[in-house]
Design a protein around this ligand. Structure first.
Ligand code: G6P
Length: 482
């Protein structure tokens, strides 16, 4: 029992996610500090947390840390410890070697291990207990993403007074794929503990509804699910699409700053001022289709349809899940391909691919977006893809061409991007050529339309929509009980 145990249950708004918004990092000299953690989730939720004075329950990003809760920049941080074994079985194993490939259309083969599942259950229970301990009576708890799908039910069993939301940041797969999972029914039951279950796309929500019909006795009617539990009144759960977004204005403001624009010019010069700079920005993940985009670019160079002096590709691939085998294999494959293309086509003054295995701060990303004539998003499957939205938000000059995979959630909204099927290499090559030669007037018209969407549907609109749906369910329940 910690000293705060008696008065810890005081937060009315609690976010629960695998990762805290900050990672605990140790430098080479042994000094420790906190640094913004990777992924789109943090960027999406941070502004809401600041304005809500809530608590955030999550993992600090390293094994075997036992850190007391603390306040960081207006957010109460509640670290959940994971042992080295938990990291291996719950995080690297079940979350990222079972669920991640399964939910992304089995692009990589999912591995099913019973030990990993047991660890997933145990760790989910730990997160649920931690959330229950900080939540005030009647609080709103918002659980995030595929790592914590059992938490809604675990929380409801322990704290029926809470209003519980769940948002799935990644795709929810079609039943034919989902049904492979040996624990498919338990996950659905876990999720149905929430009052509102949010998905990125309408298709994800309907895949989920189908799984509910196949695996439970609950009935579904468009976005409403009637959950029947023995000995209790039926409970109404909403399951629908709430496409996530970014803090668009702040991204635009950043890009407008003179030093960012100067940095963008410097980047162009550093690359030898090619006519066209193409950019890819991804976590180094097999879902992102990085190999497909390299293949298309390499073939265009080999065919002589573009010249290395004219068209440079900048690829930022931020390190991710580096102890999972599929990610090690992917890194080898991508770096081999980059090396081959550069070896075949680079000259003493011009590289073909400027490859960076790093994450960069927001400032540098904004400058890169401004420097890039073409943004390449070629995901084979992606929940949303916030990079596409960041590129659009940064282009206050109404210039730049977005090439966007139809398999990214963002393509439901960004209709005037050049949409592609990344598996179709010839199609991708044609679209790249079309983007290179697109007249300025067409670029501006398309970008204006994309910007309208991204600036209007920003992250605060997303969270407001989700939280109003949650408040609506709670209102109905209060009425029913009184
Ligand atoms: C995706 C997931 C997030 C995750 C992020 C980074 O965006 O939806 O839940 O945090 O990737 O992955 P990591 O495994 O490093 O947390």
């Amino acid at each position: 029992e910690t000293s705060t145990a008696g008065n810890a249950a005081e937060y009315d708004f609690v976010v629960v996610s695998n990762r805290l918004p900050v990672d605990h990092v140790v430098d080479d000299d042994g000094a420790t500090s906190w640094k913004a953690s990777p992924g789109g989730l943090v960027t999406a939720l941070e502004p809401i947390m600041r304005s809500n004075d809530g608590a955030w329950v999550g993992w600090a990003g390293r094994p075997d840390l036992d850190i007391a809760p603390f306040d960081n920049d207006g957010i109460h941080i509640v670290p959940v410890p994971l042992s080295a074994e938990d990291v291996e079985n719950y995080y690297e194993g079940f979350s990222n070697d079972t669920l991640w490939p399964l939910y992304h259309d089995v692009i990589a083969p999912p591995t099913y291990h019973r030990e990993w599942w047991e660890s997933y259950v145990a760790v989910n229970q730990r997160f649920a207990d931690a959330a229950a301990a900080v939540s005030a009576e009647g609080a709103v708890v918002w659980v995030q993403d595929y790592q914590l799908q059992l938490v809604p039910k675990m929380l409801r069993d322990k704290r029926p007074d809470l209003t519980i939301g769940f948002f799935n940041h990644i795709p929810f797969p079609p039943y034919g794929i989902y049904s492979q999972l040996p624990w498919r029914a338990a996950i659905i039951e876990g999720l149905l503990g929430a009052d509102v279950i949010g998905f990125q796309r309408v298709a994800d929500a309907s895949n989920f509804a189908r799984a509910v019909r196949r695996l439970t006795t609950s009935t579904t009617k468009t976005t409403t699910i009637e959950v029947a539990s023995p000995g209790r009144a039926t409970r109404r759960v909403i399951a629908k699409a709430f496409p996530i977004s970014i803090d668009s204005r702040s991204f635009e403001e950043l890009a407008r700053q003179p030093h960012i624009q100067a940095r963008a010019r410097e980047i162009r010069e550093g690359l030898g001022n090619p006519k066209t700079i193409m950019l890819g920005v991804d976590r180094l993940d097999y879902t992102k289709g990085i190999g497909h985009r390299l293949k298309a670019y390499g073939e265009l160079l080999a065919d002589g349809r573009i010249k290395v002096e004219d068209v440079t590709l900048v690829q930022v691939a931020s390190p991710s899940r580096e102890r999972v085998q599929a990610y090690m294999d992917l890194r080898d494959e991508i770096e081999l391909t980059v090396g081959r293309i550069n070896g075949d086509f680079a000259t003493m003054s011009h590289t073909a691919i400027s490859y960076h295995h790093h994450g960069y701060p927001r400032e540098e990303m904004a400058a890169l977006y401004l420097a890039a004539d073409i943004m390449l998003v070629t995901a084979l499957r992606d929940g949303m893809n916030l990079v596409a939205k960041e590129y659009v938000a940064a282009r206050f000059d109404d210039d730049g061409v977005l090439i966007l995979s139809e398999f990214a959630g963002a393509s439901d909204e960004l209709k005037r991007a050049l949409r592609i099927n990344p598996h179709d290499i010839d199609g991708l090559k044609e679209i790249i050529l079309q983007a290179i030669s697109m007249p300025k007037r067409e670029r501006a018209a398309r970008m204006r339309s994309l910007r309208k969407r991204v600036l209007e549907y920003d992250v605060s609109r997303w969270s407001t929509a989700f939280l109003s749906a949650l408040a609506g369910v709670r209102g109905d329940r209060d009425t029913a009980e009184s």
